[in-house]
Ligand binder design. Structure first.
Ligand code: NAD
Length: 481
């Protein structure tokens, strides 16, 4: 696949970039370059913010449209994305190593569903209500769009994470400047084509593929009213500090190190639990923020759980992300593989017991692959249990009783996701309610568009998805009448 784009999508048109700098994404399965696109620099970011600002401020423009009219555009946008589903899935998979089946289901399937969900919410939501005043007269409470949104996303789910921001922002009447990560940019050009074909008004969505410098310039740009960021916790802290200084609203979706609590009644049969457990722990080669990468097992069944997880890890086909049979593709870059291998070495040095994996898979001499890896007897205070590895590496830790399991699950700087595995879903839900994370699943895990998604503690600030996600792009104005 060879992609070449020479222009940037800004202000509803394909415009010449300010410089001739290029981004050349590389296929992590083959180490081959995938073509090139312009790299947006500060001047391009300025042009994109100007276009978004003009579209937002225009009298009678997007922000002032009837919500149903915006919803019509969003539904057309969703249909245009669906029409490009295969090209989006293959662009994502070939850039970040996501197995193609996962890319079809999540990256190509989920964004249009999120757009339609917010389109339907905006049709039914009361943006204005009138309350009888306690002091006489009336108070009209209006929910008005927050303004120009800077949306900054990482490479691991470029489409899903962009739509978590674009869809509620559009529904609220905001305009958006989206900055994709340089490792996964090609798919953003397909999105721009879809927006153009759907008749998204000029300036409502602008796309500036670029690196950290472009991102930092966007975050502190005087024309921006809100920042919505997904990425690492260190970058989130840096962005949060800038937004604090500027008193600029910010949503931060950051890292995680979630627990999968296996209760003593769980059916530890791979044919019963295997598929859901693999999905909750290994999706996208471990490059997923919410994965349950600390498996907590009752001492009474510890060996059984270690054997189950080890067997599942060994059974996963590793290979080229575009091969339909692949369940574990490569890591996104050689640097990311170095990082993951560093954590594996650290786990060994800390005395954890490697039960499978730990090396590079045989027979794959190109591509940044790491074997699915499981460590047993991991201490929750260790680096391996506390830090986000962002690769196919799990730890299994023993616990004494349910109180101990909940204590270990909560003994983390992070608070993003998690799972509970049990034959009794009500018992599972009772345990899940005691875990301090923004989301948690019982016997499965998949963020549903109707439920707010986000983290507690170092996993972030604010929520995306659900009606809460829409409220993040609105602010209240009270009129005393
Ligand atoms: P990253 O933080 O390095 O980069 C993410 C994005 O932010 C990129 O577009 C990057 O160019 C930009 N960026 C980096 N520093 C910036 C700065 N100071 N100012 C403005 N923009 C900046 O993260 P990454 O390595 O690309 O992604 C992996 C991380 O993302 C993992 O830690 C993972 O847990 C996290 N993540 C979180 C969620 C979630 O919803 N909580 C979802 C997916 C990924």
């Amino acid at each position: 696949m060879d992609h070449r784009h020479e222009h940037l999508y800004i202000g509803g048109a394909w415009v010449r970039p300010a410089t001739d700098r290029l981004i050349t994404p590389v296929n992590p399965s083959t180490e081959e370059p995938l073509g090139s696109v312009p790299e947006a620099v500060e001047a391009d970011v300025d042009a994109a913010v100007r276009a978004a600002r003009e579209a937002f401020d225009a009298p009678g423009g997007w922000a002032a449209w009837e919500p149903g009219r915006r919803a019509d555009v969003m539904e057309r946008f969703a249909a245009e994305l669906d029409a490009r589903a295969e090209s989006i899935a293959s662009a994502v998979s070939s850039q970040n190593g996501m197995p193609i089946g996962t890319a079809r289901q999540l990256e190509a399937g989920y964004p249009s569903a999120v757009l339609r969900y917010y389109a339907s919410l905006t049709r039914t939501m009361e943006f204005t209500e009138t309350r009888p005043g306690l002091l006489g007269g009336q108070v009209e409470v209006r929910r008005v769009p927050v303004g120009v949104v800077a949306a900054i996303v990482p490479w691991n789910y470029p489409q899903v994470l962009s739509t978590f921001k674009i869809a509620p922002a559009m529904a609220a009447g905001c305009t958006v400047v989206l900055k994709p990560s340089p490792e996964a940019v090609l798919d953003s050009f397909v999105v721009a084509e879809a927006a153009e074909a759907a008749g998204v008004p000029a300036g409502v969505l602008n796309i500036v593929p670029g690196g950290r410098d472009a991102g930092a310039h966007l975050v502190s740009h005087p024309g921006v009213d809100k920042v919505a960021f997904t990425g690492s916790t260190p970058a989130g802290r840096a962005i949060g500090e800038v937004c604090g200084r500027l008193l600029r609203p910010v949503t931060l979706e950051l890292g995680g190190k979630s627990a999968g609590i296996v209760l003593d009644d769980a059916v530890l049969d791979p044919t019963v639990i295997g598929e859901d457990l693999v999905r909750a722990t290994f999706t996208n080669n471990g490059q997923t923020c919410f994965l349950s990468t600390r498996i907590l097992a009752p001492r009474s069944r510890y060996t059984e759980v270690v054997d189950l997880v080890t067997g599942l890890a060994r059974s996963l086909p590793v290979g080229d992300a575009l091969d339909e049979r692949t369940l574990i593709g490569p890591l996104v870059t050689s640097g990311q593989r170095d990082r993951v291998e560093g954590y594996i070495a650290k786990g060994r040095a800390e005395g954890a017991r490697l039960t499978t994996g730990g090396g590079r898979p045989a027979g794959l001499d190109r591509g940044w692959f790491v074997e699915p890896t499981v460590f047993a007897d991991v201490d929750n205070a260790s680096v391996l249990a506390q830090e986000e590895v962002f690769g196919p590496v799990l730890c299994v830790l023993p616990y004494d009783d349910v109180d101990d399991a909940v204590r270990i699950a909560n003994d983390s700087d992070y608070g993003l996701g998690g799972t509970v595995w049990t034959a009794d879903p009500e018992r599972g839900a009772a345990v899940a309610r005691r875990v301090r994370t923004g989301t948690i699943g019982v016997n499965r895990y998949l963020p549903d568009p109707v439920g707010p998604f986000g983290g507690m503690k170092a996993s972030g600030l604010g929520r995306e998805l659900g009606p809460d996600g829409l409220h993040g792009y609105l602010q209240a104005q009270s009129l005393y009448l």
